[in-house]
Ligand binder design. Structure first.
Ligand code: FAD
Length: 407
């Protein structure tokens, strides 16, 4: 009987384990994860669940692992891969042999150099991090957030909902500089300012000091931000050390081909830890940190571990919720030469990004609730179809995007 081992019991690893069974795999499935919680969803950690102080939202209830015959080893860290013996070894010395191995080790927050995280300096990746941060999000407390990316901004919105004072410190000239158009970043900034968030852009941190009862962020222009807690949200780094030590190719993530195979044909990798070629964008190698990508790649890796030959071709997609606003981005906009705007009703719009040949390569939208969701979904289909829609039709909101798809 075959042994399949999955390292990393997050979104991607858990989805892969269930997909193996759904696709009829009858061998042993061992899912190993460092965290002690059952696999859970990370997006709520900075959003509603943080505000509510809720427990983890599990990918699946415990009985489903038993029903599916998945051996779930939690609180166990894999410390090495022996590619010759085809086994993984855990930190406690336990060895698990594999016929096929999936690395779904995810990513971890980038640390702020020169600081020791713990005490009054935190990052947000796990349920335990969220619990620790939430203890500080009370009226009268002041939280400083370093980095105005998605996690920093979502955390700022949640902190305001809980009554904490918030200062956002961003080194670049504006919020959301990575992959989000300035027009959308402007709406986001205005809303945070209206909600009472202090935003300091172009602010370079010279030093961070932890004192009794406070943390002080000294900026290089002499300004000082004093807070009860500093949350560092300056991006994530992929967990590639295991792969690297095993001699697998690593290139901004564990490098895989379109089928999610690493440089060892018996080892696959998927989710946040992985970089892969995207055919839609000329096989450009990308690494996504996105919930849907982790799900889709987990499922695809399972199919290909069973001998499938389907290449990953999904359009990248990401969403973020802040206050009552939802932002959605489909595709990659950085090769765009033309951007046109479709109004979607009050305070909602979508930007369509086209390349030099007029091909739709990305769409970014923002609005209250689900205002842009349906049309972003249709835009995603146009992107996948490599459509060259008429920009005037994209702007005219009486023209249904569905009709462009049919064309
Ligand atoms: P992870 O979820 O990181 O899981 C990897 C697991 O592997 C971890 O549990 C880790 O402990 C474990 N592991 C690592 N190394 C080892 C080892 N050696 N041995 C054993 N176990 C190991 N995406 C969106 O699209 N929209 C959102 O709004 C959004 N919000 C987010 C909010 C927050 C606060 C965070 C942190 C992420 C958010 N994301 C969002 C991103 C999304 O959650 C991730 O893309 C997704 O969780 C990636 O899943 P993964 O399984 O690849 O990695």
């Amino acid at each position: 009987m075959s042994n399949f081992v999955i390292v990393g019991a997050g979104e991607c690893g858990a989805r892969a384990a269930f997909a193996l069974r759904d696709k009829g795999f009858e061998g042993t499935i061992t899912l190993i994860g460092s965290e002690t919680h059952l696999p859970y969803e990370r997006p709520p950690l900075s959003k509603d669940a943080l505000v509510a102080g809720a427990g983890p939202k599990f990918v699946a209830e415990p009985e489903r692992y038993i029903e599916a015959g998945i051996d779930l080893l939690l609180g166990r860290t894999v410390s090495g891969i022996d590619r010759i013996a085809k086994s993984v070894v855990m930190a406690d010395g336990t060895v698990a042999p594999y016929d096929k191995l999936l690395l779904a080790t995810g990513a971890r927050p980038r640390a702020l150099s020169g600081t020791i995280h713990g005490g009054r300096i935190a990052t947000l990746r796990s349920h335990n991090d969220a619990t620790r941060i939430r203890a500080h999000l009370v009226e009268g407390s002041h939280v400083a957030i370093l980095g105005a990316g998605f996690i920093g901004l979502e955390l700022a919105a949640s902190a305001r909902r809980l009554g904490a004072t918030v200062t956002l410190v961003e080194g670049l000239p504006r919020v959301l500089s990575r992959g989000v158009p300035a027009e959308i970043a402007e709406i986001v900034t205005k809303r945070h300012l209206a909600e009472g968030v202090e935003i300091l852009c172009g602010a370079k941190v010279a030093r961070v000091e932890e004192l009794a009862g406070e943390v002080r962020i000294l900026l290089d222009d002499g300004r000082v931000v004093s807070a009860n807690l500093l949350v560092v949200g300056i991006g994530a780094v992929p967990n590639t050390e295991l792969a690297q030590a095993a001699g697998l190719t690593v290139e901004n993530g564990i490098a895989v081909d379109g089928l999610l195979r690493t440089s060892d044909p018996d080892i696959f990798a998927a989710g946040d830890c992985t970089s892969y070629p995207l055919p839609l964008y000329g096989d450009r190698r990308v690494r996504l940190e996105s919930w849907r990508n982790a799900q889709e790649q987990g499922q695809l890796a399972a199919a290909n571990m069973l001998g499938g030959v389907e290449a990953h071709a999904a359009v990248p997609w990401f969403w973020s919720d802040q206050y009552d606003m939802t932002l959605q981005i489909a595709g990659l906009a950085d090769g765009a030469v033309t951007t046109v705007r479709r109004e979607m009703g009050e305070e909602a719009f979508i930007l369509f990004h086209l390349d030099a040949e007029g091909r739709l390569i990305a769409a970014s939208g923002i609005g209250p609730g689900t205002a842009v969701a349906r049309d972003i979904r249709l835009a995603e289909m146009l992107i996948a179809a490599r459509a060259h829609p008429d920009p005037a039709a994209l702007v005219a909101n009486h023209v249904k995007l569905k009709s462009l798809l049919a064309a």
